[in-house]
Design a protein around this ligand. Structure first.
Ligand SMILES: NC(=O)c1ccc[n+]([C@@H]2O[C@H](COP(=O)([O-])OP(=O)(O)OC[C@H]3O[C@@H](n4cnc5c(N)ncnc54)[C@H](O)[C@@H]3O)[C@@H](O)[C@H]2O)c1
Length: 328
């Protein structure tokens, strides 16, 4: 039986991962630590499983009497307005969080880390394979996140080299879906919350920048297979995402249509916003046969729209929330 720790389990993706972990019969205890910086206990309020324990606090300072057979580190904001506001805190969550969590790992335990396509920066090749070393500006406004992820990857691979731990690093591309914050600040959630609040949809720049949006159920399925379900010999980081590129403008038009028509306005581009992002999924398809992003964006955006609408209907106070800017 396994003791499992998840850091960032009250977040968008982390809460979906908690649900998947609790479906496992070999999990004896699931401990979730989350500071509630960008997450919310609403995301775990449905969990009634007595194996589950939640602790509020920073992962960097988390104290535990027990060690864990598996640790999944997701504690970090993913949305640019949030991490750009608090870069020091972002680096700390990723790097110092990983250092603390390594102390709590059983010898020969498994450490899963949620890295990002942002390690590729503003890529000069498309699609981006895992071997691409990236075009990252280490002094730029997104660097706390990009470099925080890169140095944490380095820490984990070097710890494996020296101490033989089992490391799984997933490089996620853009993910969207239910349990995103209304004020998350990235394109899909921005457009949906603006449309539902009767506001114009704001596009940063001309909207021709492309993204590969993966619906959360598809992405979480890929993560669970990579982190614990499938067996393979591959040791490197793995791209997990949707390789169907859609322009930001197309998504805005589709959300406007779902809302019965609303204006779209263009504003100044976000600093250092990558022009394209598309995963090379060759390795994912080899080691996770049959896995793919199956939910088309039209269906995924519609399901997200309906989830936001139900949530905003239930909590009208949230409707006045300030929507910052689209990014990652
Ligand atoms: N959502 C995406 O599109 C995307 C893309 C690439 C990578 N990722 C990575 O996946 C992970 C989860 O992303 P998400 O979209 O669920 O983000 P999220 O912001 O919804 O979740 C992150 C969670 O971590 C918590 N947290 C942050 N700092 C913490 C700290 N110091 N101690 C304890 N808890 C802390 C937050 O409160 C939140 O619950 C992140 O590591 C992110 O970098 C996400």
């Amino acid at each position: 039986m396994k003791r499992v720790l998840i850091a960032g389990g009250c977040g968008f993706i982390g809460s979906h991962l908690c649900d998947r972990l609790l479906q496992r019969s070999d999990v004896e205890r699931l401990v979730c630590v989350d500071s509630l910086w960008t997450g919310t206990t609403d995301n775990i309020a449905h969990i009634r499983d007595e194996r589950f324990r939640y602790f509020q606090g920073n992962v960097e300072e988390f104290q535990s009497d027990i060690t864990f057979h598996e640790i999944y580190h997701l504690a970090s904001p993913a949305s640019p307005p949030w991490y750009m506001k608090e870069p020091r805190r972002t680096i700390s969550a990723n790097l110092l969080g990983a250092l603390r969590l390594l102390d709590l790992l059983e010898p020969n335990g498994r450490f899963g880390f949620m890295s990002t396509s942002e390690v590729y920066g503003d890529p000069l090749v498309s699609p981006q394979p895992e071997s691409y070393r990236g075009s990252v500006d280490c002094t730029g406004p997104r660097s706390s996140y990009d470099e925080g992820k890169r140095v944490t990857e380095s820490l984990l691979f070097e710890t494996r080299r020296l101490h033989g731990i089992n490391v799984r690093i997933a490089r996620l591309f853009n993910v969207y879906g239910p349990r995103t914050r209304v004020d998350d600040g990235r394109a899909v959630s921005n457009f949906v919350s603006q449309a539902l609040s009767g506001k114009p949809l704001t596009i940063y720049g001309d909207g021709m920048q492309s993204r590969s949006w993966g619906y959360v159920d598809d992405i979480v399925e890929g993560i669970t297979r990579f982190f614990w379900r499938d067996s393979f010999d591959y040791l490197g980081p793995l791209n997990i995402g949707n390789d169907r590129e859609i322009s930001v403008l197309d998504v805005a038009k589709y959300v406007a249509e779902l809302a019965g028509g609303c204006p779209i306005v263009h504003v100044a581009p976000t600093p250092h916003d990558p022009t394209n992002r598309c995963p090379d999924l060759t390795i994912a398809r080899q080691i996770l046969p049959g896995w793919d992003c199956k939910v088309p964006y039209e269906e995924g955006v519609r399901m997200t729209f309906e989830w936001f609408r139900d949530r905003m209907d239930a909590e009208p106070a949230r409707q006045g929330i300030r929507v910052p800017f689209a990014g990652e």
